[in-house]
Design a protein around this ligand. Structure first.
Ligand code: PMP
Length: 363
């Protein structure tokens, strides 16, 4: 398949990858330069792989200016395993963890944390169908909580925090799966961030975890080894066989983001891309954005039409027009355009053109 036949992929994840990354991986698939074997065929204990992992970690550290007292891990089990690992490692039997419930994925994080310990819901926007992010004055935080958990970007509902909540000295823990490295992130504001790779970072099967060193003191040796952050840190993510190919693609992706000029540069592109779609949504009233304007995500743009029948037509006709994956999550309906870092601006322009044409024909 030639690159020109690639269609516009609006999938929420696994999602579109950067073309230069795919091309490099394709070029080196049979033989990594200087290695003579595919990245999938070498030992994770080989110097070649350790160099590759080391470089990926260095690039991540440089890209987000991550302070030296934060450890960078590449784990497995997706963001979903982090829903359990976070409380298992950080929440003591007599402690309380605050969770801010802003969407389906926050809800799943809460469900798993409840199996481990005591949870306080510091705020929830469930009553307004998760269309907004709570204000600081709406948070009921627990003094001395073990940590406070947020989901920075709500993939399904299309909302995002535009400013982090103030949780005082309590470590802020964030699921950043659907917006990691789409804009600058001040890691020093967090105790831990985790991110399934399959949206902005690479393929599925790798989870990036960044953890502040002092929090490792909380982990208990009684935890199963694979669920113990400290053990993963001590073994530089090589306690067992990691997803070597996934880490390789993640490394290439992070390098690609750096080559674009880093996080401020991609943030400017992402802002412009999202504005184009939101401007179209707001232009005439034919489309209706589902997120409250002050809570809109730049990564997942969710919108509806007047009837479900029109929405079905929109999805069907957009697919025929080469715009794939615009159907919203099955739990909320409507449409969702996921426009992560690697989603090209030309695809956004094609969507806006399609929206105009659809409105002209059906409006
Ligand atoms: N958190 C968020 C914000 C997500 O978008 C997703 C996946 N869509 C998950 C968690 C679950 O990730 P995984 O499938 O990697 O476990």
């Amino acid at each position: 398949m030639s690159t020109t036949s690639r269609i516009h992929n609006f999938s929420a994840g696994p999602a579109v990858l950067a073309l230069p990354v795919l091309e490099e991986a394709q070029r080196d698939l049979l033989s990594l330069p200087g290695v003579g074997m595919s990245v999938m065929e070498i030992s994770h204990r080989s110097k070649a792989f350790e160099d590759l992992l080391g470089r990926a970690i260095e690039d991540i550290r440089a890209l987000a200016d991550i302070p030296a007292n934060y450890k960078i891990l590449m784990l497995q089990g997706g963001a979903t395993l982090q829903f359990s690992m976070v409380p298992m490692n950080l929440l003591a039997a007599d402690g309380v963890a605050d969770y801010i419930d802003t969407g389906s994925w926050s809800g799943k994080a809460i469900k798993e944390a409840r199996k481990v310990g005591t949870i306080n819901i510091a705020a929830s926007t469930k009553a307004d169908k998760y269309t907004s992010i709570p204000a600081q004055q709406d948070l009921t935080l627990t003094p001395g909580a073990a940590y406070a958990h947020i989901t920075t970007n709500n993939t399904i509902e299309g909302t995002a925090w535009t400013a982090l909540p103030d949780v005082g000295d309590v470590p802020l823990v964030a699921d950043t799966s659907s917006e990691m490295f789409s804009c600058p992130i001040d890691i020093s504001r967090f105790g831990l961030v985790y991110s399934g790779a399959q949206k902005n970072l690479g393929p599925s099967g790798v989870t990036l975890v960044i953890i502040r060193e002092d929090l490792l003191e909380r982990t208990s040796d009684a935890l199963p080894s694979m669920l113990n952050y400290k053990l993963h840190v001590e073994n530089n993510s090589l306690y067992n066989t990691p997803n070597t190919f996934g880490i390789y693609i993640l490394g290439l992706t992070v390098r690609w983001v750096r080559s674009l000029g880093g996080l401020p540069a991609v943030a400017a592109i992402n802002q412009r891309k999202a504005e184009k779609v939101y401007n179209e949504i707001d232009r005439s009233g034919f489309y209706r954005g589902t997120a409250r304007k002050d809570s809109r995500s730049l990564m997942n743009v969710t919108f509806r039409l007047a009837t479900e029948e029109l929405e079905k037509m929109f999805v069907k006709e957009s697919t025929v027009a080469g715009l794939d994956g615009l159907r919203g999550h099955r739990s909320v309906g409507g449409m969702r355009a996921s426009i992560y870092n690697a989603f090209p601006e030309a695809g956004v322009d094609a969507l806006v053109e399609f929206m105009r044409e659809f409105e002209r024909a059906r409006g």
